[in-house]
Design a protein around this ligand. Sequence first.
Ligand code: KG4
Length: 339
Amino acid sequence: MNDLILGIESSCDDTSAAVIRDGRLLSNVVASQAVHEAYGGVVPELASRAHQQNIVPVVSEALKRAGVKADELSAVAFTRGPGLMGSLLVGVSFAKGLALSLGIPMIDVNHLQAHVLAHFIKDEEERPQPRFPFLCLLVSGGNSQIIVVRDTDDMEVIGQTIDDAAGEAIDKCSKVMGLGYPGGPVIDRLARQGDASRFTFSKPHIASYDYSFSGLKTSFLYSLRKWVAEDPDFVEHNKADLAASLERTVVEILMDKLRRAAKDLKIRDVAVAGGVSANTGLREAFKEHAERLGWNIFIPKFGYTTDNAAMVAITGYYKYLKKDFCDVTAPAYSRTTIK
Ligand code: KG4
């Protein structure tokens, strides 16, 4: 076999391309867009423009690092959605044009499914893979979901946020503290030096496996306003404790539901995916659950937590094996669920 899949990711603010041969990763190039930092969030139009600047060099670099020529490719896989429409269109159109010009199949990939299948990326470092069925907590800037994964193409969302995503809430609280964008890594760094039990913020009461983070965000904002009114330097003097307490609350909310789902469904293989899975507190909570409850836990490598094309290429590879191709008319979609 010599199945060579090029994966292309452009759903938000990372332009990425990766090459996989027979399921093994040869290259994964990611160009992140620093342009958004000044605006405190992703500016869709600037993201589309940066994707247009980056897409050709990023794909060329991925092929070069893989030691592969474009005419050797077996198929081109691309993120079709969900994501920002203007960003998706760049990757989708480029992938279709390349596949057409090479006369090879094109494979549409669901971005959320790709985050879950990041656990199956094989690179130079051997890591155990989850066995089906497993639970995956998918936590990013746009999603907070609990997914039952029965196969590479059989996933069911059993719980999801009814308002903000976990990463979105962390980013907004960090913005209120004046810590810049994206807030997740800064909150993580500060939290390591803080007292996580110092402040208490509100937690949602929802009976199902669904999440909610807007109440926490509001509670954080109102508490901070009150404290800053009493002491204008409050944030400066307490930022490590604020970050640690915020992180603890988010992790507790996430783990409470995940623990319940794992118990109800009697599933002990539990994975985490998405940008927020880079969080140290969440990773520690997973390890603590593994020791206490006997979970087999699966935590992705840092590079595969945030948006990357390696996860698109591996998802594309599984679809390629099933000859699950799309045709040139397949549109990008900004919203969709996992399937
Ligand atoms: O999956 P992702 O790269 O992108 C999308 O959501 O599309 O996730 C980005 C999110 C942001 O909210 C970011 O603040 C968060 O992941 N994040 C973190 C950490 N690193 C990234 N949150 C908490 N701790 C981190 N170390």
